[in-house]
Ligand binder design. Structure first.
Ligand SMILES: NC(=O)c1ccc[n+]([C@@H]2O[C@H](COP(=O)([O-])OP(=O)(O)OC[C@H]3O[C@@H](n4cnc5c(N)ncnc54)[C@H](OP(=O)(O)O)[C@@H]3O)[C@@H](O)[C@H]2O)c1
Length: 349
């Protein structure tokens, strides 16, 4: 048997196990819509995919890859990562890097890939918070893990009260100047500090592209504190993370806590949070969703996206079917005044 023949056979075998990926030709005609991100040239899909959970090295690579392919095939062009997503830390970026190598590379220019640093990442004084030392080193590591030359958006993952804001923000400016990120954003910064960031970055011709904050029907702090409005007033986009309150605002917990669910794992969502009072509220929300011809997940996302100040929502998922369900929200973004009042009466009572 010749060497060339053997190589061909091995390639065929590899392709059978791991068929080559070709993105769906209809990916931009299947219902996804795109919204301008603040006062910028960048359009973001109204639904982005986040890799916080379910894409780490404890998860099967095939499942992660299927969810990423499904997302891109359905017009999701924005993938949200951070240095420490996994578990283990860094492994969601590793997973994304493997998919980039095996299938996404030809589509790189169709994607907005984001990463962040600001939370605990490596031991010692330089692997956390907002110093230039940490942020610069972390971005270099993220690029290596994801096999990328640059990311599209780099975020300061959280406000650091101990580091001068100028230091954190100048690191963001310099990352853009070095060509390692195209845009920068901030996540979970408080109101006053956000205004400082918008002014500082704007004065250096690296305008803040986007604010990322937790926002959903249950947790409305970012709107109540004026942060959503402030972003719009400054020409900055707003993207909502945990739009399903980590799965609470879906049918996931209507009949107990399923094995394998985020609450059953108890890390970021504690099982004791799923109280009978909460489930009773979710049942009433579910009834409204059904009347609207939606699932509860769809309605929860529609509720956010009805407001164009919310540029995008970053959903998580543990299966392709969950993501398929969430995508359906785009079919009905209009709410009557009565529906909104009923939702408020359930959640704000
Ligand atoms: N900037 C920050 O500080 C920050 C913080 C947190 C998150 N984020 C970003 O936001 C992204 C999303 O956060 P998240 O994962 O908390 O979002 P989420 O969309 O609120 O929750 C995702 C979880 O909800 C469940 N789920 C999703 N769709 C469902 C459906 N249709 N039906 C039933 N259950 C469904 C799944 O739970 P199961 O796993 O139980 O199946 C899934 O893992 C993250 O990946 C990350 O990119 C950013």
């Amino acid at each position: 048997m010749s060497y060339v023949y053997l190589c061909r056979k091995l390639t065929l075998l590899f392709d059978m196990i791991n068929p080559p990926y070709y993105a769906d030709d209809s990916r931009y005609n299947c219902g996804m819509t795109y919204e301008r991100c603040g006062r910028s040239g960048l359009l973001l899909p109204r639904i982005s995919l986040g890799l916080w959970h379910n894409f780490g090295d404890i998860n099967p690579l095939a499942t992660s890859r299927d969810m990423l392919h499904f997302a891109f095939d359905h017009g999701i062009t924005c993938f949200d990562l951070a240095n420490n997503y996994g578990p283990s830390y860094g492994s969601a970026e590793d997973t994304f890097g493997r998919v980039m190598e095996s299938s996404f590379r030809p589509y790189r220019d169709e994607m907005v890939i984001t990463t962040k640093a600001g939370h605990d990442m490596w031991p010692g004084p330089y692997g956390n918070w907002g110093s230039r030392k940490y942020l610069m080193a972390s971005l270099n590591q993220s690029l290596r893990r994801m096999h990328l030359e640059y990311v599209d958006i780099f975020y300061s993952h959280r406000f650091d009260p101990q580091t001068p804001m100028e230091e954190t923000l100048q690191a963001l400016v310099d990352m853009v100047r070095q060509g390692k990120t195209l845009y920068v954003g901030i996540s979970q910064w408080p109101y006053e500090a956000s205004q400082f960031a918008y002014d500082y970055l704007g004065a250096r011709d690296v305008p803040c592209l986007i604010y990322q904050g937790r926002y959903n029907m249950i947790d409305r702090k970012k709107a109540d504190e004026g942060i959503v409005e402030q972003a719009a007033a400054n020409g900055v986009g707003f993207t909502a993370f945990s739009p399903l309150q980590q799965g609470i605002l879906t049918d996931r917990y209507l009949n107990g806590i399923p094995d394998g669910s985020r609450a059953s794992r108890g890390r970021n969502l504690k099982p004791e949070m799923i109280t009978p009072e909460l489930v009773e509220k979710l049942e009433r929300l579910d009834a409204i969703a059904r009347r609207r011809g939606q699932t509860l997940a769809e309605m929860s996302l529609s509720w956010l996206l009805k407001d164009r100040q919310v540029t995008s929502v970053i959903v998580g998922c543990s299966s392709v079917s969950q993501l398929a369900d969430s995508l359906g929200c785009l079919n009905n973004l209009a709410f009557s005044r009565e529906e909104l009042a009923e939702i408020d009466s359930i959640l704000l009572a």
